[in-house]
Design a protein around this ligand. Structure first.
Ligand code: FEO
Length: 400
């Protein structure tokens, strides 16, 4: 049985031939509450060209969409903008079916694709290179470490499309091709989550790339990322949102993250949060029992205060907090006032390890860590309230 799927026209000579993953909810640890798409694009020019592929289980879907426009065997070129398997693991099956004349990828991409799939005959390209498709051409721009060493983008001049791979994308499955057909608040939430979890650690490179865009002289009509909807208008909206995310400017907001065993740390967290709120600063309390690390990262991205509290267990910080801190450390958040706290019975490594992690993250800790034994007293909780209020005042002073 051949699957039946149709391509969707993007522009005069380009078709969307990707796949919609409606039910993916865990993308290597990133909770994708709204599913995702793996976008791939078919350029119908004298040289028929496929830009990116999809995740391997969706190869049949992509080939069926291609077949609704043109016999897949007529594809001459494949361009791989990004070697991560969500965009490349269908490549061996597609290359076997299509037998392309050339597969273009970056220099690092050729190495990475070879490591994953063997030598399928890659042609390495770099910034300044282009390939003539007949009536139009594809120009390549390296975007190394945004977010893999192999990452590059491709500009098709005939239809003025920037195929931007992961950049300007989001995990959002939906019925519509275009971003302007979705609710803006949903787009912003998904972009912020995507940036926080995928790109935050490369914020400086993102800013450098955005700064360099005008100098590339690309007349862009459509931005076509590899995940989520495409941008045919309001390009500045998504570009400005990316810049805003990358700048990591702190907001008047505190995120209080905690783990708890017998509620002691929870009571401390609640009093600290109430102290923050008493100064008119927005606060969000997140128990790691009900918040996964990718959602914590999203919330942390815009918070001016990051407070983390946990008990000590087996002479270590509570495991859920260790996991979350390890993840946040990797994402290299900055510009936050941090506060470490917790509860313990005797040895008390928990809050100390949180504070040490904040040091590694190079986050300022204006207040000393605070830890209670067994159960906080009323005066302990008053001190947590006061700490929250004090840190909130410092934040307001910092961002005014
Ligand atoms: Fe969507 Fe970095 O892969």
């Amino acid at each position: 049985m051949k699957k039946v799927f149709k391509a969707i026209q993007v522009s005069a000579n380009v078709w969307w031939v990707g796949a919609t993953d409606w039910n993916v909810r865990n993308f290597h640890g990133y909770l994708t509450d709204r599913g995702s798409t793996y976008n791939a694009f078919l350029i119908i020019d004298d040289k028929v060209t496929l830009v990116d592929t999809v995740k391997a289980p969706f190869a049949d879907e992509m080939l069926a969409r291609i077949a609704s426009v043109i016999e897949p065997e007529k594809i001459d070129y494949i361009i791989s903008n990004h070697a991560e398997p969500d965009h490349s693991s269908a490549l061996p099956a597609v290359a076997a079916a299509v037998k392309p004349e050339k597969i273009f990828t970056s220099v690092a991409g050729a190495k990475t694709l070879t490591a994953y799939y063997g030598d399928l005959g890659y042609t390495a390209v770099k910034t300044g290179d282009s390939v003539d498709l007949g009536k139009g051409k594809c120009a390549f721009v390296d975007t190394k470490m945004l977010h893999w060493p192999d990452s590059m983008v491709t500009y098709y001049d005939r239809d003025k499309i920037l195929f931007s791979q992961d950049a300007f994308g989001m995990h959002l499955a939906g019925s519509f091709l275009w971003a302007d057909m979705y609710n803006k608040s949903i787009l912003e939430a998904e972009v912020r989550k995507y940036f926080a979890n995928i790109l935050n650690l490369y914020s400086e490179k993102v800013i450098a790339l955005l700064d360099s865009l005008p100098g590339l002289g690309l007349d862009i009509s459509i931005i076509a990322p590899d995940h989520g909807p495409l941008w045919r208008q309001e390009h500045n909206w998504i570009i400005d949102l990316y810049r805003n995310c990358a700048e990591q400017s702190p907001r008047a907001k505190a995120l209080v993250v905690y783990s708890t065993m017998w509620n002691s740390t929870k009571y401390c967290a609640e009093s600290f949060a109430d102290g923050v709120r008493s100064k008119g600063v927005e606060v969000e309390l997140a128990d790691l029992n009900s918040n996964d690390r990718s959602n914590i990262a999203t919330k942390a991205a815009t918070a001016g205060i990051l407070a983390c509290g946990a008990p000590t267990m087996n002479n270590q910080v509570f495991p859920a907090m260790a996991d979350t801190l390890n993840y946040l450390k990797g994402l290299r958040f900055k510009n936050k006032l941090a506060f470490a706290f917790g509860s313990c019975g005797w040895s008390g490594e928990g809050a100390k390890q949180i504070a040490a992690c904040f040091d590694e993250m190079k986050l300022e800790q204006p207040l000393p860590l605070k830890q209670v034994k067994y159960m906080p007293s009323e005066s302990d909780l008053q001190e947590f309230f006061d700490a929250g209020a004090a840190l909130a005042e410092q934040l307001l002073e910092k961002i005014k």
